[in-house]
Design a protein around this ligand. Structure first.
Ligand SMILES: Nc1nc2c(c(=O)[nH]1)N[C@H]1C(S)=C(S)[C@@H](COP(=O)(O)OP(=O)(O)OC[C@H]3O[C@@H](n4cnc5c(=O)[nH]c(N)nc54)[C@H](O)[C@@H]3O)O[C@H]1N2
Ligand SMILES: Nc1nc2c(c(=O)[nH]1)N[C@H]1C(S)=C(S)[C@@H](COP(=O)(O)OP(=O)(O)OC[C@H]3O[C@@H](n4cnc5c(=O)[nH]c(N)nc54)[C@H](O)[C@@H]3O)O[C@H]1N2
Ligand code: SF4
Ligand SMILES: [Mo]
Length: 703
C-alpha cells in the first residue's frame, strides 16, 4: 500500500549508526532523486532491527541536520590565520595533497618517519572507517604507532586477568537476572536500547542496584518500594567495597565452595587478602556505610541469578584495570558465572569482532622498521615534552588526525593546545566540522558522514554485526576515511598495491568469516553465543589452566599484586596529601546530555542550545563552604588549568565530589577552556587506559 502512495522518485535505504555507542541502531533513510542529485529527506529507526527496534535517540533523530549542516566541511582548506584561530581558505584536493606530501617527505627526511604521529579513535566505529588502509599507510611509512586505549580496552584487559579473555556475558541475558547491579554505567543515557531488557527483567521481579558516585538518570529509575537501591561511593574507591563484599561472603559462609574448588585458582590467597577488609574498613575508604556493604553482599549471594552490568565509567581511574579484575572475582565466589543471567556483562566487542581478521585489514607485515608506540591519552605530554619519559625518539613534527577530536576529548587538553601551537608541527585534520582540533590544522580535509559510504558495523553493546549502505553520494568534495588514505598514498608516491585496495576488497579481507552478501541482504547477523545463554556454564574459562584466576602469576610477573588489592588513586582523597590539601574536591566529567555523543553534537543549533550550557555542579554543603550560589560564576582549578563556569547546586552529588558535563567545545566555555583542561592524564596501572576521573580541583567564586 505505502509503495503506491510514495512519490515515484523516493527510495528507502537501510543503514546503521556509526557512533561510538554500544547500541549500533539500525536506520532507514528516505532518499528523493532530484534533478541535482539524490537528497536524504528522512532518517528514522528501523522497526525490524533486533536491538534498537525502531528507536534511535535524541542525538541521531536529527542526523540529517548534521549531514546537511551549513557548517559541514565540504572542501579542503589551508590555514591562513594563526594556528587555533580557525581562519582558512578553500583549496583544491590536488593542492592539499601536494602540500601534505611535501611536508610529510620533509619531516621524514629531517627527523625520520617516527616524527609522524597518526592520531585517531572511533568517531566512526565502522570497520573501514576505523581501520581501512590507515594502518597500512602509516605502517608502510614507518610512522609512530598509537595505543588507542581511551575507551574500553582497560575494562577488557582487567577482566581478562581474572577470566582469561575480555569476554563477559551478553547483556541481553540480564533478562534472566533477579538481582541486577548496574555498576558504574549510566544505561538510560549511554546505552538506552538495553533499558527495555532491564525493564523486562524488573517486570519478572528483578531488583535493581545502581552504584555510581553520581545520582544519574539511571539512578533516578530505582524504586525503593520494590527493593531497588542506589549506592554512592566516592570515585575510584569501589575496589575497597568489593573486597569487603568478598570478606562478608567468606565470613558469613555464603560462598559456593564446591564451585570455587572446581573452577578457580588462588582462593586461599584471596581469603588472606580480604581477611582485613571488614565492611567498616571499606566504609572509611569508599564512603558507603558498612551495613549497606554487608547487606549487598548477602543479597548478591542469595538473590539468584545475580547479574552485574558494567561498561566504561570505572575504568577511568588509576586503579581502573584492577577494578574490573576485582569485579570479575565476585561472581566466582558465589558461582554466579555459571548461571543464566549471572556473571558480569561489559562490551560485547569480543564476541562480535572475532568475526574480523584484524591483521588482514591492518597488515602489520607491511610495517617498515620497528616504530615506537605512544599512548593517545598522553598527547599533550607527547607534543610538549619530546624526548622525555615514554616519549623517547624523535619529537613529533607531523600530526595527522581523523575520526576524533582530542582538543575536547583527551585529558590535560590545555597542554594539547600548547603542543598544536608549535610552529614546527605540521597538522592535518580530516573532519566533518571545524572542531576545536581542526582549528589548529594547517590543512583541513572534508570527511563523509555515515549515509555517504558503505561499511560494516560491529556492535559492542549486543551480539549484532550490521551493514551500512550509503544512501547518498559524498557531499561536496568529502571523502571517506579509506578513500583519504588511498589519496594520501598516491600523493606520497607509494606503489605498494595493498595501500590502494578498494572498499569491497577491504570488507572481504577484513571480515572473511562473515557472509558479506548475506549480511547485505539481512542487514544484521548475530554472533555465535551459547544457546543456553551460559558461556561459562561448565566453568571453563579462557585462561591457560581453564580456571578463573583469583590469584594471578601473570600479574605478579608484571610487578602488579597477585590478588585483588585496593590501591587508592594518587590524585584522590586517599592519595597524595599535598594534592588533597590544595585541591580537596574530586571532579567527574561524565557524559551527561541526551543530545550529545561525546563532543559530536554540542555545536549543532538543535542540539547544544537545547542542553543549556556547561556548568560546575556541586552539593549545597560544598557550595555554602565556598559562598557559592546557584548561577554565580565560579573558577574551578588545579595544577593543570583554571576554568570558569556557572554554578549549579544539586542533590546528585555527595559533598566532596563535583561534576562538569563533558562534550562542550571551547566556544561554549566563558574562558575557552573545556572540561578536559582540568583532567588527569595519568595512565591506568596496566591496560593503557587513562585516569581522567581521578582529578582533584578546588572551586571558588570568581572575584
Ligand atoms: N548520550 C550519550 N550516550 C553515549 C555517549 C555520550 O557521549 N552521550 N558516549 C558513548 C561512549 S563513547 C561510551 S564509552 C559509553 C559509556 O557508557 P557508560 O560507561 O555507561 O558511561 P560513562 O558516563 O563513561 O560512565 C558511567 C558512569 O560511571 C560513573 N563512574 C565514574 N567513576 C566511577 C567509579 O569510580 N565507580 C563507579 N561505580 N562509577 C563511576 C560515572 O559517574 C558515570 O555515571 O557511552 C556511549 N553513549
Ligand atoms: N572528560 C572526559 N573525557 C572523555 C570522556 C569522558 O566521559 N569525560 N569519554 C572518553 C571516551 S569513552 C571516548 S570514546 C572518547 C571519545 O573521543 P572522540 O573519539 O574524540 O569523540 P567524538 O566526539 O565522538 O569525536 C569524533 C569526531 O570524529 C568525527 N567523525 C565522525 N565520523 C567520521 C568519519 O567517518 N571520518 C572522520 N574523519 N571523522 C569522523 C566527528 O565529526 C567528531 O568530531 O572521549 C573520551 N574522553
Ligand atoms: S548514537 Fe547510539 S543510541 Fe543513538 S542512534 Fe546511534 S547507536 Fe543508536
Ligand atoms: Mo567511549
Amino acid at each position: 500500500m505505502t509503495d503506491v502512495l510514495k512519490p515515484a522518485a523516493t527510495r528507502t535505504i537501510n543503514g546503521t549508526c556509526h557512533h561510538d555507542c554500544p547500541d549500533s541502531c539500525g536506520w532507514i533513510v528516505t532518499v528523493e532523486d532530484r534533478p541535482a542529485g539524490p537528497v536524504a529527506v528522512k532518517l528514522r529507526g528501523n522497526p525490524d532491527h533486533p536491538y534498537s527496534a525502531g528507536e534511535l535517540c535524541p542525538k541521531v533523530n536529527r542526523f540529517l541536520d548534521r549531514v546537511y549542516s551549513p557548517d559541514r566541511l565540504l572542501h579542503p582548506m589551508r590555514r591562513v590565520g594563526l594556528k587555533g584561530a580557525g581562519e582558512f581558505e578553500q583549496i583544491s584536493w590536488d593542492d592539499a595533497l601536494t602540500e601534505i606530501a611535501t611536508n610529510l617527505h620533509r619531516v621524514i627526511r629531517e627527523h625520520g618517519p617516527e616524527a609522524v604521529l597518526p592520531y585517531s579513535d572511533a568517531g566512526n566505529q565502522s570497520m573501514l572507517a576505523l581501520m581501512g588502509l590507515s594502518g597500512r599507510f602509516f605502517g608502510h611509512m614507518g610512522a609512530t604507532k598509537l595505543d588507542r586505549n581511551i575507551c574500553g580496552v582497560t575494562v577488557g584487559v582487567g577482566m581478562a586477568k581474572t577470566v582469561g579473555s575480555p569476554r563477559g556475558i551478553d547483556p541481553m541475558q540480564h533478562l534472566h537476572s533477579k538481582l541486577l547491579i548496574l555498576w558504574g554505567t549510566n544505561t538510560r543515557l549511554t546505552n538506552r536500547h538495553l533499558w527495555p531488557t532491564i525493564e523486562a527483567a524488573r517486570a519478572n521481579g528483578a531488583r535493581l542496584v545502581v552504584i555510581d558516585p553520581i545520582r544519574t538518570v539511571t539512578a533516578d529509575a530505582i524504586d525503593e518500594a520494590r527493593g531497588d537501591q542506589f549506592i554512592q561511593p566516592f570515585p575510584g574507591t569501589d575496589i575497597a567495597m568489593i573486597l569487603a563484599m568478598m570478606h562478608v561472603l567468606i565470613r558469613d559462609e555464603l560462598t559456593n565452595q564446591p564451585w570455587i574448588d572446581a573452577h578457580t585458582l588462588g582462593f586461599s590467597e584471596l581469603q588472606d587478602e580480604v581477611a582485613d577488609w571488614t565492611p567498616e574498613r571499606a566504609a572509611d575508604a569508599c564512603g558507603v556505610p558498612a551495613d549497606v556493604i554487608t547487606q549487598l553482599a548477602h543479597d548478591y549471594a542469595t538473590v539468584r541469578p545475580a547479574g552485574i552490568r558494567t561498561l566504561i565509567g570505572p575504568e577511568h581511574h588509576e586503579n581502573g584495570a584492577m577494578f574490573h579484575r576485582t569485579l570479575s572475582c565476585l561472581p566466582a565466589l558465589t558461582g554466579a558465572w555459571a548461571e543464566r543471567g549471572g556473571g558480569v556483562s561489559k562490551s560485547t566487542g569480543d564476541w562480535t569482532e572475532c568475526q574480523m581478521d584484524v591483521d588482514a585489514i591492518l597488515r602489520p607485515d607491511l610495517e617498515v622498521g620497528n616504530s615506537r608506540t605512544l599512548n593517545m591519552s598522553r598527547l599533550g605530554q607527547i607534543l610538549t615534552h619530546p624526548h622525555a619519559g615514554e616519549n623517547d625518539g624523535p619529537a613529533v613534527h607531523a600530526f595527522i588526525n581523523w575520526n576524533c577530536n582530542p582538543v575536547v576529548t583527551t585529558p590535560n587538553a590545555e597542554l594539547i593546545k600548547q603542543g598544536l601551537l608549535r610552529d614546527d608541527i605540521f597538522t592535518v585534520v580530516h573532519e566533518q566540522f571545524l572542531t576545536d582540533t581542526a582549528r589548529y590544522a594547517d590543512i583541513v580535509l572534508p570527511a563523509t558522514t555515515q549515509i555517504e559510504a558503505d561499511d560494516i558495523v560491529f556492535s559492542w553493546g549486543s551480539l549484532h554485526t550490521n551493514y551500512n549502505n550509503a544512501a547518498i553520494p559524498p557531499l561536496g568534495e568529502s571523502v571517506s576515511n579509506p578513500e583519504l588514505f588511498r589519496r594520501l598514498a598516491g600523493a606520497m608516491g607509494y606503489t605498494e598495491p595493498a595501500l590502494f585496495d578498494d572498499d569491497e576488497t577491504l570488507m572481504r579481507e577484513g571480515a572473511p568469516d562473515l557472509d558479506l552478501d548475506g549480511l547485505r541482504d539481512t542487514m544484521w547477523q548475530e554472533a555465535p553465543y551459547p544457546a543456553d545463554g551460559r558461556p561459562f556454564g561448565d566453568g571453563d574459562f579462557d585462561t591457560p589452566s581453564g580456571r578463573l584466576h583469583l590469584a594471578s602469576d601473570e600479574l605478579e610477573a608484571m610487578g602488579q599484586p597477585r590478588v585483588p588489592t585496593y590501591i587508592a588513586p594518587n590524585e584522590g582523597p586517599g592519595g597524595d596529601p599535598a594534592l588533597v590539601a590544595l585541591y580537596p574536591l574530586q571532579l567527574l566529567t561524565p557524559k551527561h546530555h541526551a543530545r550529545f555523543l561525546n563532543s559530536g553534537y554540542s555545536h549543532l543549533p538543535k542540539h547544544g542550545p537545547a542542553e543549556g550550557g556547561p556548568f560546575v555542579e556541586l552539593d549545597a554543603i560544598d557550595a555554602a563552604a565556598r559562598q557559592l550560589v546557584d548561577g554565580a560564576t565560579a573558577r574551578v582549578w588545579n595544577g593543570r588549568a583554571t576554568v570558569q563556569l556557572p554554578v549549579k547546586i544539586s542533590t546528585r552529588l555527595r559533598p566532596g565530589v563535583v561534576a562538569i558535563p563533558w562534550g562542550w567545545w571551547m566556544q561554549d566555555h566563558p574562558d575557552g577552556k573545556a572540561a578536559n583542561a582540568l583532567t588527569n592524564d595519568t595512565l591506568t596501572e596496566w591496560g593503557g587506559g587513562v585516569a581522567y576521573s581521578d582529578t582533584l580541583v578546588e572551586v571558588a567564586a570568581l572575584t
